[in-house]
Design a protein around this ligand. Structure first.
Ligand SMILES: CC(C)=CCC/C(C)=C/CC/C(C)=C/CC/C(C)=C/CC/C(C)=C/CC/C(C)=C/CC/C(C)=C/COP(=O)(O)OP(=O)(O)O
Ligand SMILES: O=P(O)(O)OC[C@@H](O)CO
Ligand SMILES: [Mg+2]
Length: 237
């Protein structure tokens, strides 16, 4: 008997938009995202994320972008919503606080118990690399990593913990392409997400050489959002 192996949808994503439920966004931008050709939308952020603001944003996205995969990136267990296509669960590899490595996760699993649909869960091994980002400060991340050190975290996440996704996170600033390249070179099976400071064709093209998926966040909250959407999608497709 042969078994059909289909790869999960996220393996095919090249371009993902991350929207922060705690920030304001107009219907015009949401509609443009829906029509843009992006592969998925993540709902997530670090600060002031609540059930209410996440559910409100999800409702707007469902209305304006019914065909787009919508995934919640869980950063607080009391903000978990129903009705998304999947849940990204961040695990911060270079945190100095075990809470962000496993503690928050164990608490959430205790809380939700048997209600968790594990077939909808995607584990992301995060390397948090911009010391000025809220996520770096919250998690006490050791952001001063050489490319070799970052690649060693990536190898550990993949080989020792079987993580399917490595997320190279420079949220708020454009990162080091050499570090991303070293992580990508080291990874054997893991899928590489890159996010941080992508706001142009050139930056997207540079990081798309090494990452499987680019995540675009802050630039969509600027006056230049239309150009950003157009150019970053053109760079990866
Ligand atoms: C319906 C139902 C019952 C569903 C079950 C839900 C489910 C799937 C549960 C699974 C259980 C589980 C393991 C949940 C995880 C719980 C949890 C709170 C884990 C901690 C996650 C974590 C490490 C958070 C730290 C912050 C982080 C990494 C956030 C990711 C997003 C991010 C980095 C945004 C960018 O942030 P920021 O720094 O603010 O950047 P800007 O300044 O540029 O905006
Ligand atoms: O907001 P930017 O800097 O685009 O980063 C995207 C994403 O990686 C944030 O979690
Ligand atoms: Mg933020």
């Amino acid at each position: 008997m042969t078994t059909a192996h289909t790869s999960p949808p996220w393996r095919h994503w090249r371009h993902v938009v991350k929207l922060d439920p705690a920030r304001q966004i107009t219907d015009e931008v949401v509609q443009a995202i829906a029509a843009s050709g992006t592969d998925a939308v993540f709902l997530g952020g670090t600060q002031d994320i609540t059930y209410e603001n996440t559910n409100t944003l999800l409702g707007r996205l469902r209305r304006h972008a019914p065909q787009l995969p919508l995934w919640q990136e869980v950063s607080a267990s009391d903000a978990v919503v129903d009705g998304v296509d999947g849940y990204c669960i961040p695990i911060v590899l270079n945190t100095t606080d075990p809470h962000w490595l496993i503690g928050a996760h164990a608490q959430a699993i205790e809380k939700f118990g048997p209600w968790i649909d594990w077939s909808k869960v995607l584990v992301e091994g995060y390397l948090v690399l911009n010391p000025d980002a809220a996520v770096a400060q919250l998690t006490g991340a050791n952001t001063a990593l050489t490319p070799q050190a970052a690649a060693s975290y990536a190898a550990a996440a993949e080989a020792l913990f079987s993580m399917p996704v490595l997320y190279v996170e420079y949220s708020g600033t454009f990162g080091d392409p050499a570090l991303l390249a070293e992580v990508a070179r080291t990874a054997r099976r893991a899928h590489i997400f890159y996010g941080g400071g992508i706001d142009s064709y050139e930056k997207a093209a540079t990081m798309a050489q090494h990452a499987d998926t680019l995540i675009i966040g802050n630039a969509l909250y600027t006056a230049n959002w239309q150009q950003v959407l157009h150019d970053t999608i053109r760079a990866v497709k």
